[in-house]
Design a protein around this ligand. Structure first.
Ligand code: NDP
Length: 255
């Protein structure tokens, strides 16, 4: 399947040491890409690198806090240096704090904006020169169901994820002529550390999500791999600026 072949390609997945990021990193590695993953936790990085290497590709772990602009840009530079270029960026690192809007502090606002939005822009901007030089590139950002809908317990998160979609469209428009495609994946409810924390504070969430999702179940990190490989491969060379739900039908059904 040449259309989906990533052999000889190099990828950076931010937040690739667990959850959705690792699910995507596995998919890219299975399609043949060498992969750098980045996060703050050294032990999680080491475990992810070992797992990716077992898939037969080169894997690199990078320590970075993407809230810090300097660290985010240095992380992209190091990924390109250690892998010998950068063909693919998956700007996945993100977090959430669940509260009613009236309860957030200004510090929490900045924490979420910096982690989920400013970092995405910094990583994309830092990746652009290497991709332009190669005359090709694939960037995947990660939105959410809250890119499309509001959520009383996640107002700041929803603001960041709505903005990520608009940023994606603008980068796609700006860089299409450089043969760089920029697309967003909108995951539904996926079983990860992030949503395990949500299930601890939101009563009945486990069952409500399964009931509300037409597929009748929570998503798993590996459910994101196929969409990511498509958006990072030659199969999507004329696809740019899109936001693709991977949600078991959640966003397209009233019940
Ligand atoms: P997890 O909490 O399971 O994983 C988050 C990843 O991001 C970890 O690898 C973590 O690494 C990294 N990360 C978080 N903050 C930082 C930071 N400041 N600097 C560097 N790395 C960071 O979350 P998910 O896998 O669930 O989420 C991944 C993405 O998918 C996020 O953008 C999230 O908003 C989005 N998403 C998730 C959904 C879900 O249902 N799970 C639904 C819709 C969107 P480390 O701990 O080492 O820093």
């Amino acid at each position: 399947m040449e259309l989906f072949n990533l052999q000889g390609k190099t990828a950076l997945v931010t937040g690739g040491n667990g959850g959705i990021g690792l699910g995507i990193a596995r998919g890219l590695a299975q399609a043949g890409a060498d992969v750098a993953i980045a996060g703050r936790d050294e032990a999680k990085n080491a475990a992810a690198v070992a797992e990716l290497e077992r898939l037969g590709v080169r894997a690199v772990g990078l320590i970075a806090d993407v809230r810090d602009d300097v660290q985010a840009r240095e992380m992209v530079r190091q990924a390109a240096e250690r892998l010998g270029g950068l063909d693919i960026l998956v700007a996945n690192a993100g977090t959430n704090l669940r509260k009613r809007p009236e309860d957030y502090t200004p510090q929490e606002w900045h924490h979420l904006i910096d982690t989920n939005l400013t970092s995405v822009f910094a990583c994309c901007q830092a990746a652009y020169p290497a991709m332009k030089e190669r005359e090709s590139g694939k960037i995947v950002t990660i939105g959410s169901m809250t890119s499309l809908m509001g959520f009383d317990m996640a107002s700041i998160y929803a603001a960041t994820k709505g903005a990520v979609v608009q940023l994606t469209k603008s980068l796609a428009a700006a860089w299409a002529a450089d043969n760089i495609q920029v697309n967003c994946i909108l995951p539904g409810w996926i079983d990860t550390d992030l949503t395990r924390r949500a299930r601890q504070v939101l009563t009945g969430l486990e069952e409500r999500v399964a009931d509300r999702t037409p597929a009748g179940r929570w998503g798993r990190p590996e459910d994101l791999a196929g969409a990511a490989v498509f958006l990072c491969s030659p199969a999507s060379d004329f696809v740019t600026g899109t936001a693709l739900p991977v949600d078991g039908g959640f966003s397209s059904s009233l019940f």
